[in-house]
Design a protein around this ligand. Structure first.
Ligand SMILES: Cc1ncc(COP(=O)(O)O)c(C=O)c1O
Length: 364
């Protein structure tokens, strides 16, 4: 008897960004700039930190399994009923829970090829069929191609807007014909992990779309603009029935007491959010222009990161060379972009350091 089912035997685990300590140990460098995981260069919200410290005094107690206060805080902030809010151990957990809860054997998960790998992993982990539409113009979701792949078997669709790792986005005009074509029993998950960094005209977030399309589920996270990636908290907005079913499946204490307190406080920290957005809106073009100046094809991004493709180069070699310079970027060959690096928008000095190091590496 095999130890695991074939869909588990064939899984390739997620490869996260390299931790700072590992790079310091392995490369003998210090003061490393981590531009690998789209974290917040300004750090956590100070209000969240204070709330987390205070909550630590209570960690002998189990957290509130229903995350009552955090869900209410999210609901109040976004103007939705709290029965429409679910929280997860990062939005990544909600991606998995949506597949586990709703996709039956024989049904399909639909997404774009070369998009965030968690969608694919969630389908594979559960032995569910994954259907992927190719991207158009190398880096963009093709919503027409996705529409043509809809079938009676499509149960959950994952769309990242903006997308990771490309940073590209789609407009309301592109999305609406797709939503109109989706059967009403199919859930369309709009993953908006980077929504707070968007400044493109024509972009429509899922909050407004949910009113017209009750099968839309919106996912967001505290890992990016709120600076709480290490806390592991994300949230989803969905109609109450969907939230209720996910509640039946999720582990009873899926977000920690400290994480709940920190996230609720971070939501109140408008100043930190504004600073974090301003930094990215200022530094994203600086980094993109610098990379273009080095000869890279830079994909227009609405996230807190930039995908840069270096013609004739292997992204993995550039990644290795950057590590020796104390800069951690993200190679994305696994996504089918072998010549590219995904680089998180950092502080000005980190972006300058990354550009200077790349300049030396490319000139060598
Ligand atoms: C598009 C997208 N969705 C979801 C996530 C998961 O974030 P978390 O689990 O930290 O909330 C990420 C993280 O990088 C992402 O890029």
């Amino acid at each position: 008897m095999p130890l695991v089912p074939p869909h588990v035997a064939s899984l390739t685990p997620y490869v996260p960004g390299k931790p700072i300590e590992e790079v310091e140990r392995e490369y003998g460098v210090s003061n490393v700039a981590k531009l690998a995981s789209n974290e917040n260069a300004l750090g956590p919200s100070p209000l969240a930190l204070a709330a987390a410290r205070e909550a630590c005094a209570k960690v002998h107690l189990y957290p509130d399994g229903s995350a009552y206060e955090l869900r209410n805080a999210i609901a109040a902030k976004l103007g939705v009923p709290s029965e429409e809010v679910m929280v997860g151990n990062g939005s990544n957990e909600l991606i998995e829970l949506l597949v586990r809860t709703f996709v039956l054997d024989g049904e399909e998960v639909l997404t774009s090829a070369q998009s965030f790998v968690a969608y694919k992993l969630a389908a594979q982990e559960h032995g569910r069929t994954l259907v992927e539409a190719p991207m158009k113009a190398r880096f963009h979701y093709d919503l027409d191609a996705l529409r043509k792949l809809l079938s009676r078997r499509t149960k959950v669709v994952f769309l990242a807007n903006p997308d990771n790792p490309t940073g590209t986005w789609f407009t309301e005009a592109e999305l609406t014909p797709f939503l109109d074509a989706v059967p009403k029993d199919t859930l369309v998950v709009l993953d908006e992990a980077y929504v707070e960094y968007v400044d493109a005209p024509g972009f429509q977030d899922g909050l407004a779309l949910r009113r017209k399309y009750p099968n839309v589920v919106v996912l967001r996270t505290f890992s990016k603009i709120y600076g709480l990636a290490g806390m592991r908290v994300g949230y989803g907005l969905a109609r109450p029935e969907v939230v209720e079913y996910v509640d039946r499946v999720r582990p009873p204490f899926n977000t920690s007491l400290v994480a709940q307190a920190a996230a609720a406080a971070a939501l109140r920290d408008d100043a930190h959010v504004a600073r974090s957005r301003a930094l990215v809106l200022e530094e994203r073009p600086f980094l993109a222009n610098g990379l273009a100046g080095l000869g890279a094809t830079v994909v227009p991004s609405q996230g807190n990161f930039v995908l840069a493709d270096f013609p004739g180069r292997a992204g993995k070699d550039l990644f290795e060379a950057l590590l020796r310079e104390g800069v951690i970027a993200r190679p994305v060959a696994g996504y089918g972009f072998p010549g590219a690096l995904r680089i998180t928008v950092g502080l000005r000095r980190e972006n300058e350091r990354c550009l200077a190091a790349l300049g030396r590496i490319l000139a060598a």
